[in-house]
Design a protein around this ligand. Structure first.
Ligand SMILES: Nc1ncnc2c1ncn2[C@@H]1O[C@H](COP(=O)(O)OP(=O)(O)O)[C@@H](O)[C@H]1O
Ligand SMILES: [Mg+2]
Length: 244
């Protein structure tokens, strides 16, 4: 098992954003993590990536207890995550942004640069390497965010709505990119509201609601699950395509 999370909770005052969630990830999986807005998906990612300390629970990555480890330790062990709001360095060039990630495993500048260029080639941004990050449009920024994380050499990548805000054509390219990343041997957990992305990519779906895992299994089964339909539609509104 690559990652195991047991009874993970995160409380903000009286609010239990994550309330005793369990998750087991096998190497090579592509897991879709879905759930209505406010279900606790991003907070759960924060716990898994070491950005926030869980209130309860235990997280083990590749045999190492990482529950209280720093984000840097997580990155070094091979857990990378993208942020719902892209965390790129706006005034740096595209290449420099990716080199920031590459330095984790390539301390020498020339090696970091070569590695970053390889990653930029993979994500299709090599021709824009000298542009400032701020000058990229939405699809470019999404790709840059993915590239920066990819350059850290993750074994597990957590994508938090990394494909939101794209046109249908851009979405197809982004789906192809995620497949390509998976083919290089990276295990993926994808949070996404766009069900087309989840249904196309995920072999297994985990459904979050109010901080709990309320269903999991094969995509075709899970979308028919009564508890899942209730979580999304029960309060009389549709969240499938709504952005946070
Ligand atoms: N830093 C924080 N402080 C207080 N409440 C938070 C914080 N982060 C998230 N929350 C709350 O936790 C709940 C889960 O949020 P989040 O994890 O962002 O859900 P999702 O990603 O599924 O939309 C929400 O009610 C949100 O308002
Ligand atoms: Mg979120």
């Amino acid at each position: 098992m690559l990652l195991s999370a047991q009874n993970v909770s995160k409380e903000f005052g009286n609010l239990r954003a994550v309330a005793g969630a369990d998750l087991a990830i096998e190497e090579g999986e592509i897991i879709g993590l879905i759930g209505p807005n406010g279900a606790g998906k991003s907070t759960f990612f924060n716990c898994l990536a070491g950005e926030t300390l869980p209130t309860t629970g235990k997280i083990v990555f590749d045999g190492v207890d990482v529950t209280t480890a720093s984000p840097e330790t997580h990155a070094r062990l091979g857990i990378g995550r993208t942020f719902q709001v892209p965390a790129t360095f706006e005034d740096l060039t595209v290449l420099d942004n990716v080199m920031v990630g590459a330095f984790l495993r390539h301390p020498h500048r020339t090696h970091a640069r070569a590695h970053a260029l390889k990653v930029l080639d993979l994500v299709g941004l090599k021709d824009r390497q000298d542009l400032r990050a701020r000058s990229l449009g939405t699809p470019g920024r999404k790709r840059l965010e993915i590239a920066r994380v990819l350059a850290t050499g993750p074994r597990l990548m957590l994508l938090d709505e990394a494909l939101a805000g794209l046109t249908p054509a851009e979405l197809q390219q982004a789906i192809a990119l995620v497949r390509k990343i998976h083919e290089t041997g990276v295990t993926l957990v994808i949070v996404e509201h766009i069900m087309e992305v989840i249904m196309t990519l995920a072999r297994r779906i985990i459904v979050f609601n109010q901080g709990h895992v309320i269903a999991q299994g094969e995509p075709q089964q899970v979308v028919k699950d009564e508890a899942v339909i209730e979580a999304y539609l029960g309060r009389g509104h549709r969240n499938w395509r709504k952005k946070d």
